[in-house]
Design a protein around this ligand. Structure first.
Ligand code: ADP
Ligand code: ZN
Ligand code: MG
Length: 478
């Protein structure tokens, strides 16, 4: 068999997090009663006129700039004509020949490497409504709450060479968009949607093969699986001497297969033309600069800075940067106590686990950075043991209380008073006379067992190192 190379280009639709829709004042809350967030404009009633939401333009520019694109200062909308019951006007207002942004790139992290993926364009458009097919009443219902929700479509160059790269592109793009605060990027709610274009070619060939477009991909995992399936299908066809037809295929997640939906011949002719109800206008370089100033630190920049400024490992820094809120929480803590490595350890190993257990994210937890720092300090200063510290953290998360109030109430203060520990050790030595004999006979490794017994008696409240030293002391003194 010959060697083949995979070629992938992705089209990502992002719902913008604006308060109101793109061309009317209807609010955009998700999951409200069907058709409760509609008006004559987004219902496409005759005589109604669209007005562009300025926030959408601003977000479009933000996205374009973050993707290193050139911004078109000539802003124009176009009608994309097609009929479907979820599209009340029978056209979608989109951008055709003057997208808000074009010719950019996104640097993605894939494995240990980074790779630059070209961005062809990003344009603004309105979302369509949602059809609900109801088997009980044997008909389809339509919810127009989604019509007119602002979208930005981001189209990549065919620069990805494996399903893993496509997956990594999506992960990097989603993270960047989360940093920009323009969308909640929630695939389950449909605020981030992806179509994948896939072709293969013989390794070494310059020319691209015929592509198929994969739709109905409802998770990053599905994107990866669908591409893998499609590549295998295309290779099999080419090997059998068959021709690949340009078509749209739907991914079936249950069957883990793609099925033909429509071929190029059946494809729509959208008859694009300039939207007559929205007059084109220009934005200035000054407008663009104003938006550029609002751009946050990007994930890759933050990663570099965390590694340099706090001497974190690549791995640790990455764990923090992958979650914007977590990274902020970390820096809030460091501002209060300059111990970045200790704080990072507590966040990445202990806190994250507890949050996962509770299935909440950092913005939903009842623990402030101040209280968290207080806890770590108490452990560091030996007020409580590491083990008890972890226990206290779970109580803090559940109750929102301070570390100290929990320590006092539950009497969790570490037993470090030599007299108290001495008495406990006395008991342990008496109870384990045979072990004591073994140690005296030279089997020093058995000391660990005695330490364990003493720790048990303090319910984990003692410092094991200290107990170890005290026990060793007993044997040195004869
Ligand atoms: P269409 O006209 O069918 O919409 P476009 O040229 O607009 O095609 O490209 C749509 C998407 O398909 C882009 O993301 C692009 O990178 C990708 N693409 C184009 N040609 C190929 C190909 N041969 N193989 C894989 N992806 C491709
Ligand atoms: Zn409306
Ligand atoms: Mg296209």
């Amino acid at each position: 068999m010959k060697t083949y190379e995979t070629v992938i280009g992705l089209e990502v639709h992002l719902q913008l997090d604006t308060r109101t829709k793109i061309f009317c004042g209807c609010v955009t809350h998700f999951g409200k009663d069907a058709n409760s967030q509609t008006c004559p404009v987004c219902l496409g009633l005759p005589g109604s006129l669209p007005v562009l939401n300025q926030k959408v333009l601003e977000y479009g520019m933000k996205i374009g700039l973050a993707l290193n694109c050139a911004i078109n200062t000539f802003v124009k909308f176009d009608r994309k004509n097609y009929y479907y019951p979820d599209l009340p006007k029978a056209y979608q207002i989109s951008q055709y020949d003057f997208p808000i942004a074009k010719k950019g790139s996104l640097t993605i992290t894939t494995g240990e490497q980074t790779k630059k993926i070209g961005i062809t364009r990003a344009h603004m458009e309105e979302d369509a409504g949602k059809l609900i097919h109801s088997p009980e009443i044997k008909c389809s219902l339509v919810d127009y709450n989604r019509t007119g929700i602002p979208l930005v479509e981001i189209v990549s160059e065919p620069d990805m060479r494996s399903s893993q790269e496509a997956y990594d592109y999506l992960t990097s793009l989603k993270l960047l968009m989360e940093y920009l605060d323009v969308s909640d990027c929630d695939m389950e709610k449909g605020s981030l949607r992806c179509d994948a274009n896939v072709s293969i070619r013989e390794a070494g060939n310059q020319e691209f093969g015929t592509k198929t477009e994969l739709k109905n991909l409802n998770s990053f995992k599905a994107v990866k699986a669908a591409i893998d399936y499609e590549v295998a299908r295309q290779i099999k066809m080419v090997e059998a001497g068959e021709r690949i037809v340009q078509e749209t295929r739907l991914w079936n997640d249950e069957k883990q297969m793609t099925f033909s939906m429509r071929s190029k011949e059946e494809a729509h002719d959208y008859r694009y033309f300039p939207e007559p109800d929205l007059v084109p206008f220009t934005i200035t370089e000054n407008d663009i600069e104003k938006v550029r100033k609002t751009l946050p630190e990007f994930p890759l920049e933050k990663l570099d800075r965390f590694i340099r400024q706090y001497q974190l490992s690549d791995y640790d820094a990455n764990v923090l940067v992958q979650d914007k809120q977590l990274a902020k929480f970390f820096e809030d803590c460091v501002m209060q106590w300059n111990a970045p490595k200790k704080i990072c350890n507590w966040i990445t190993s202990v806190l994250k686990q507890e949050l996962n257990k509770r299935k909440i994210n950092i913005s939903e937890m009842r623990l402030t950075s101040g209280y968290f720092v207080g806890l770590i300090k108490n452990v560091e200063e030996g007020v409580v043991s590491n083990l008890v510290g972890k226990e206290i953290l779970t109580i803090m998360l559940d109750t929102g209380r301070t570390c100290m109030s929990i320590i006092e109430e539950k009497g969790l203060r570490q037993v470090s008073d030599d007299n108290a520990l001495g008495a406990i050790i006395d008991t342990v030595l008496v109870e384990n006379a045979s072990i004591v004999e073994q140690i005296k006979g030279g089997k020093e490794s058995a000391i660990g067992f005695l330490v364990g017994q003493a720790m048990k008696k303090t319910q984990g409240k003692a410092n094991p190192k200290k107990i170890g030293e005290l026990i060793k002391g007993r044997f040195q003194n004869g």
